[in-house]
Ligand binder design. Structure first.
Ligand code: MLT
Length: 261
């Protein structure tokens, strides 16, 4: 793992593995870059993976205020600058997908393609925003245990191995309450990205676990329907973390997608 010092002095940690077209991969909530462990261990052929920890998660320092999707995207853009990457394929799982769309909105010229994994283009409704605030308050007062206990049963497909389940749970439990609260508030502030996707003309791969209960197939279809020429792929025997639950199928999809650059 390497660390970049951002302009405001914050440490921003990232992995860089593999060779080929740069692929910035952004992790979900409340996880870290470690949630791409199969991809970091065996990078898909054709891609140079750039995988940061969002602010406050993993080994990256927290920033001020809510961690909006634009803030996560700005940090990632600063990393691309530091690595001299003028444009990358940009993708992410769930919250990482929200941040990918925010990045495409902030600086469309930097995005050669999109990989939208177990995510959605829609913003939260009022009830959803209230739930995000309740999560932020709960983790600040009581730690992340309650959030994790509530999320785990909905996160993974029933057949996912105990080893993956245990590692995901441990990874979530290690995340700092301040980071989790700030990201929960940041997700509540995100805008609807369908307009952005409708304007995007680069190659786009939409991946969804067949048993994703958090951002299910209709959410994936909605994104694939608005991007012209998007490829929609359903991963069997996977829930919300298809890259961890079915790493072999996930790798094949990325390797096939890499040939388009
Ligand atoms: C995630 O996996 O990043 C979260 O479930 C996203 C969300 O809560 O909307």
């Amino acid at each position: 793992m390497k660390t970049l010092t951002l302009a405001d002095g914050r440490a921003y940690a990232f992995h860089e593995v593999g060779e080929g077209t740069p692929l910035l991969l952004l992790h979900g909530f409340p996880l870290s870059s470690e949630s791409f462990w199969p991809q970091l261990e065996a990078p898909p052929k054709g891609f140079r993976l750039i995988v940061p920890d969002h602010r406050g998660f993993g080994a990256s320092a927290q920033g001020p205020g809510p961690s909006t999707m634009e803030a996560l995207a700005s940090d990632a853009l600063a990393l691309l600058d530091a690595l001299d990457v003028s444009a990358a394929v940009v993708g992410g799982v769930s919250m990482g997908g929200y941040a990918s769309m925010a990045l495409a909105r902030l600086d469309p010229g930097r995005v050669r393609g999109l990989v939208l994994i177990d995510t959605q283009a829609t913003a939260d409704d009022e009830a959803g925003r209230a739930r995000r605030e309740a999560v932020a308050v709960d983790v600040t007062q009581h730690g992340v245990g309650g959030l994790v206990a509530g999320m785990i049963p909905r996160l993974l497909a029933a057949g996912t191995s105990e080893a993956v389940r245990t590692r995901v749970e441990a990874l979530m439990l290690r995340q700092a309450p301040a980071a989790v609260a700030a990201a929960s508030r940041g997700m509540a502030l995100r805008s609807d990205s369908k307009d952005l996707l409708a304007r995007f003309s680069g190659p786009t791969l939409v991946i969804v676990g067949a048993h994703d209960a958090i951002t299910p197939l209709p959410k994936a279809k909605e994104m694939a329907d608005v991007v012209s020429g998007a490829q929609l792929e359903l991963v069997a025997e996977a829930g919300h973390l298809s890259n961890l639950e079915q790493p072999g199928a996930f790798k094949r999809l990325l390797e096939q997608f890499a040939t388009r650059f």
